[in-house]
Structures are given as structure tokens and as C-alpha cells.
Design a protein around this ligand. Structure first.
Ligand code: UD1
Length: 383
């Protein structure tokens, strides 16, 4: 049985008749919401497109989902599949079964999927077998590490997509190397950065810094949830030991993902963490509060994908606690340093930043806030 919320009735909102292209925008997990928001908004204003928002329910906690709809001003999903958590096969299968039903009823002209989560791949597979064209936003990113579930999701989705929208030049190159036809690939920029730039001002009204008793630039922000880091006891413990060294020099704020909280309990790391007086665990934050914390941090430690991009645009140093990155432009041009999971390296790089030797970066090409506009224009012309 899949855990998760009860499935609400599917509700399909009535749209204006003159819009004749039915576009199904699919989201499932937290990092999807800020990617679809600018696309959905432009399509709502379009003369020709009727966007329909589908939420698979892969993430269902209010703090992982609902708050993002509010912060991003996204409308309630038109359709909620309520698939919840489970193993990879359970989750992927559940999205496929539920979405197939919806696609057969609605018969959209296009399905848009974003990012690399299980919902992304599952939706692409279903649409593909029903011969419905697919657009993949954030195509072509590769870590070349098939132990990452996201790498499998990216490869399968890209193999099936008809429109592949890439965020950086490496994406185009990876797709060409995999034999994707060049005319399917569009370098459009980064929709996640569209959302970031359009919400920065609003995020400045957040009072999260004072709520947490922090001062501008006097803390490091941490996110950690990747299975390779938190599901393995030794790896998680090594990272925690590094954090124990760092928190002696600067406070660390850790908005904690449900997976990581579960693993802290399971591995009984609670007593070690209690002794770390400057290490603050807090519930997952909404989009605006997180953006505000990120913008004002001394530096960020993270194993996330999108945060590598957001810190590059904000000019905040980012240490990526992973062996590799699928977003090389953030290292080549941006503020990102891939430090791996070796505690000494994590501590050394943090100390460098604290002694004002952090890496300076530039904003990558086309990360200008207009990616969604480009995507919609390309689709309008093509469809
Ligand atoms: C998923 C994505 C990952 C992304 C991350 C962002 C895949 C394979 N992974 O990982 O790429 O970086 O989202 O958060 O799709 N849980 C809750 N409440 C929720 C959602 C999840 O408690 O609202 C717990 C459940 O115990 C669940 C676990 O978190 O089993 C993992 O959730 P899941 O969606 O399977 O993967 P994430 O680790 O969140």
C-alpha cells in the first residue's frame, strides 16, 4: 500500500473556449513547483493555450507542497492524483496508472514535465505510449552516475521527449552525444531562475531571519536529503562530523527534509546533534522564507540540484556535498564547489569561505528571467 493522503476528487476547471491547445503541466515534488510556475502563468495569459495543472501528489505534506503553491501564486491543481510515497516502482507505477486515465479522458495536445523526479519520468512514459507529444524542461543534465535515481529519470525522459529545453550548453552537448536530433533541442535558459528573479523582492519581506534569531551573513544554510548521503549510516555520520567542526565557527541552519529526519531517528544521531549548540534543525521552509535565508547566508552547504543554480545567481558560495554535479556551469562559471563527502574537504572549504577566500562567480548565459517566455513562444509556433 502506498502511504499518503486520501485522493480528492479530480476536478477539471472550466477554461475559456477560445483557447484550443490543451497543455497538461505536470508537477509532483517540491523542486517541480518553482519550475512550472512561470510557464503555467504565461500560458494562462496566452490566447491559444489552455494549461491544465496536474499534481501527482508525490510530495503531499503542506510544508513540501501546499506552501509552494501559495508562495508562488500557483492556482490549486486542476487534477490531483494523490499517489504519495512508496518504493520507486510503486511511486512510478502509481503515477502511470492514474495519469493514463487522465490523459485518455483529456487527450491533451502536449504534456510538459519538468526536472528529474519520479513523477517526471512516469508521466513521460505514459504520454509517450499514448502518442501525446512531450516537452521536457531542464533536459540534458547528466551526472553520469547511474546510482542516482534522478539520472535514470533524466535519461528516460529525454529519450522520450519531443521538445527538449536545456538550461546550459552541457545539456545540449549531452543530448547530441546520446543521438537526440538537434532540431528537438532548444537552449532557453532556466525557468527556476525565472521564479527566483521574480520572487526576490517579495522574499525580502520575510521575517525568517529575525524569527530564527540570526544576523545577515552570520550563518550557513544547509540542506541534505539525497539517499546516497542520508540513507547510509557511515556517510551521514561523516557529514555530521564535518558539520560539528563547522558549527564551532558559524551557526548552521538546517531546514530538514522528512527523509533526513527519519534517518536521524533511525541511526540515533539525536544525542550527537543535541550537543551541537549552533546547529539548528527546523521544519522545511516555504519558497520565500528559504530564498530569503539563502540570499543572506554566508554560504550554503547542500546536496540539492537546484540550489547550486540559485546560489550561483545570488552570488552566494555553495559547497555541494556530492561526488558530482549534473550542472557543471555552476562550477565553471558560478559560485559552486563540489566537495564530495570527505569531512576534511567539507571543513577545509568552509574555513576558506570564512576567511573570505570564497569563489566569485558570474551568471550563466540566458539565466535572465525569460526562459518560460521563450518556451511558450517556441511551443506556440510549433503546435
Ligand atoms: C524527491 C526526488 C528528488 C528531489 C526531492 C526534493 C525522486 C526520485 N527524488 O526525493 O530528486 O531532490 O524529491 O525534495 O523523485 N515524505 C514525506 N512527506 C512528503 C514527501 C515525502 O514525509 O510530502 C517522505 C516519505 O517518507 C518518503 C520520503 O520522504 O518516503 C521520500 O520522498 P520521495 O518523494 O520518495 O523522494 P525524495 O527523497 O523527497
Amino acid at each position: 500500500m502506498l502511504a499518503g493522503p486520501k485522493q480528492p476528487d479530480n476536478v477539471i476547471m472550466k477554461k475559456k473556449q477560445r483557447k484550443n491547445l490543451k497543455i497538461l503541466n505536470v508537477v509532483g515534488a517540491r523542486p517541480n513547483f518553482m519550475k512550472i510556475a512561470p510557464i503555467h502563468r504565461i500560458m494562462e495569459a496566452s490566447e491559444t493555450m489552455k494549461p491544465i495543472l496536474v499534481h501527482t501528489g508525490q510530495h503531499y505534506d503542506d510544508s513540501m507542497s501546499k506552501i509552494f503553491f501559495e508562495d508562488l501564486n500557483l492556482p490549486e491543481p486542476d487534477i490531483y492524483l494523490g499517489v504519495g510515497s512508496g518504493t520507486h516502482a510503486q511511486q512510478t507505477g502509481a503515477v502511470m496508472v492514474e495519469l493514463e486515465n487522465i490523459l485518455m479522458q483529456i487527450k491533451p495536445d502536449l504534456v510538459i514535465v519538468v526536472g528529474d523526479v519520479n513523477s517526471t519520468m512516469a508521466s513521460a512514459q505514459v504520454a509517450s505510449k499514448l502518442c501525446i507529444p512531450i516537452a521536457h524542461v531542464e533536459a540534458g543534465l547528466r551526472s553520469f552516475d547511474r546510482t542516482m535515481p534522478e539520472e535514470i529519470n533524466r535519461m528516460v525522459t529525454d529519450a522520450l521527449a519531443d521538445f527538449l529545453f536545456v538550461t546550459e550548453e552541457s545539456g545540449r552537448q549531452n543530448l547530441l552525444n546520446e543521438g537526440i536530433a538537434p532540431e528537438k533541442i532548444y537552449f532557453v535558459g532556466n525557468v527556476m531562475i525565472d521564479s527566483l528573479l521574480s520572487h526576490l523582492k517579495k522574499a525580502q519581506n520575510s521575517d525568517i531571519i529575525s524569527q530564527l534569531n540570526l544576523d545577515h551573513q552570520q550563518y550557513a544554510l544547509l540542506t541534505l536529503h539525497r539517499p546516497s548521503n542520508v540513507d547510509d549510516r557511515d556517510t551521514f555520520h561523516a557529514i555530521l562530523n564535518a558539520l560539528e567542526q563547522i558549527e564551532k565557527k558559524i551557526s548552521i541552519i538546517f531546514p530538514i527534509h522528512p527523509r533526513s529526519r527519519k534517518m536521524i531517528d533511525q541511526f540515533q544521531f539525536g544525542s550527537q546533534i543535541e550537543k551541537m549548540k549552533n546547529f539548528k534543525l527546523i521544519d522545511p521552509l516555504g519558497y520565500l522564507d528559504f530564498l530569503h535565508l539563502m540570499e543572506n547566508a554566508k554560504f550554503v552547504l547542500s546536496d540539492s540540484g537546484g540550489i547550486q543554480e540559485e546560489t550561483t545567481v545570488l552570488g552566494i558560495p555553495c559547497l555541494t556535498i556530492r561526488k558530482n554535479t549534473e550542472r557543471p556551469v555552476t562550477v565553471e562559471m558560478g559560485t559552486n564547489v563540489v566537495v564530495g563527502m570527505d569531512p576534511d574537504k567539507i571543513v577545509d572549504e568552509s574555513l576558506k569561505i570564512l576567511s573570505e577566500q570564497s569563489k566569485q562567480g558570474k551568471i550563466p548565459p540566458m539565466w535572465d528571467g525569460n526562459a518560460a517566455q521563450r518556451i511558450v513562444e517556441i511551443l506556440e509556433r510549433a503546435l
